[in-house]
Design a protein around this ligand. Structure first.
Ligand SMILES: Cc1cc2nc3c(=O)[nH]c(=O)nc-3n(C[C@H](O)[C@H](O)[C@H](O)COP(=O)(O)OP(=O)(O)OC[C@H]3O[C@@H](n4cnc5c(N)ncnc54)[C@H](O)[C@@H]3O)c2cc1C
Length: 392
């Protein structure tokens, strides 16, 4: 279908949402430019493995014509889950022969974020992404009424009909639409890395299995996850106040001492294997607060500016839906823009229709995520998850 467009479209942010949107638009000959803060594609660690759901990220990739390419880099074995209580009792282990979930429920293969980003980047026309462009603010155009200018740290790009904020948790585009900001979720995570698992962390590799190993308990959690680069990330979560990282007295600059203090204070009664998993992951330590936008957040629709993904509905990762929603948003917005057939006067209606669907879906998933957050940090959370998986 030829839908050659005279609209000027800017997508701010080259994460899963922004790149999926660009790809689907280009499939329909709609021209767009992605402005990305990273200096180069491999400048920054993109984070751990993510699972793309059949009715989520995979659906968007099908629309983008990239499902086959995705299957080549996906890791279905990464779905294997092991659930363990604080005292070491294993309540579920899908690594054990015969305990994998039935094929029809094995619909969420893992993929490394770097591989997903590369797959999307490779699918775009040359020079679609302009790197090293940090957006500071969006403003109504001073020269062309009804259009928008992008103010970057080092330049101004003028005259866009549509600006899409795909710029994640701390979106600058969002500031144009609403004053709402993320708030602290009540949980802080300490991210630990184990590199070269096969060579240097064999015990941890066997303990975790092919995918993920989770322990949830009242106010605390340990989550270990493999990626396809022979690495395991261990996330130690604690329910603590917002300023805890700085006021708890743990010296994060001395990782080994910090981990011992963390274990002594919050995980002392846990099984030795769980503590060993934390101590064994000794290649990197990064403390992170977890943030979220208000559940059901909406804003007054604006004719030429909108948001996709975390910029629109940041949630904690405790339902594992964020990237899937981001890519569905991208798919829906792309369809809405393509439907305008290059006529910018149709954009306001298209944006309104997209936002209604996106807001509703985001609210439902934010509620699910809130339940997940409570479950991950409650005493019966692990049994509850095991029951749910076994029920399937
Ligand atoms: C620990 C953890 C585990 C997770 N696990 C899962 C999971 O298993 N499954 C799942 O579905 N989701 C998961 N998520 C959530 C998922 O990572 C996000 O929902 C997803 O990355 C959102 O995609 P996005 O494209 O909207 O934003 P992002 O991935 O944040 O991308 C935003 C992009 O915008 C760029 N940018 C930011 N600011 C600017 C600026 N000012 N100017 C220009 N560019 C800018 C950034 O560099 C980045 O490239 C997890 C999140 C965390 C923190």
């Amino acid at each position: 279908m030829n839908n050659s467009s005279s609209m000027r479209i800017a997508i701010v942010g080259g994460g899963p949402a922004g790149l999926t949107l660009a790809r689907i638009l280009q499939n329909y000959n709609v021209t767009c430019t992605v402005f990305e803060l990273d200096k180069t594609p491999d400048r920054r660690d993109q984070g751990g493995s993510i699972d793309l759901h059949r009715n989520g990220g995979q659906q968007a990739l099908r629309e983008a014509g990239l499902l086959e390419e995705f299957r080549r880099v996906a890791r279905p074995e990464g779905e294997a889950l092991k659930l363990i209580k604080y005292d070491g009792t294993v309540v579920l282990d899908e690594n054990v022969a015969g305990s994998r979930r039935p094929e029809e429920h094995a619909d969420r293969p893992e993929v490394d974020r770097t591989k997903l980003r590369q797959l999307l980047l490779d699918s775009l026309q040359p020079n679609t992404v302009i790197w090293d462009k940090k957006l500071v603010s969006v403003a109504a155009s001073t020269s062309i009424p009804g259009r928008y200018d992008l103010h970057f740290q080092d330049s101004v790009e003028e005259g866009f009909d549509l600006v899409v904020g795909a710029d994640g948790a701390w979106s600058r585009v969002r500031n144009f639409l609403t004053e709402q900001k993320p708030s602290y979720s009540g949980v802080t995570g300490i991210e630990l890395w184990a590199l070269e698992v096969d060579k240097r962390h064999q015990w941890l590799g066997e303990f975790v299995g092919a995918g993920s190993c989770f322990m949830f308990d009242e106010g605390r959690a340990i989550q270990c996850q493999r990626d396809g680069e022979n690495r395991i990330r261990v996330y130690v979560g604690v329910r603590q106040p917002e300023d805890w990282i700085n006021t708890c007295g743990i010296d994060w600059a001395s990782p080994e001492e910090a981990k011992k203090a963390l274990l002594d204070r919050y995980f002392n009664d846990c099984a030795p294997d769980l503590k060993r998993a934390v101590l064994d992951a000794n290649d990197q330590l990064i403390p992170r607060q977890m943030w979220m936008l208000p559940i059901g957040m909406r804003w007054e629709t604006h004719p030429g500016v909108t948001l996709v993904g975390d910029a629109a509905h940041l949630m904690t990762p405790f339902a594992g839906v964020g990237v899937n929603l981001a890519m569905l948003d991208a798919m829906d917005l792309a369809k809405a823009v393509i439907g305008c057939a290059g006529d910018a006067s149709r954009l306001p209606d298209a944006i309104r229709q997209y936002e209604e669907v996106m807001w509703e879906r985001a609210e439902q998933n934010a509620r699910k995520t809130e339940k997940g957050l409570i479950g991950h940090f409650s005493a019966d959370g692990i049994d509850e998850m095991a029951r749910r998986l076994q029920g399937r």
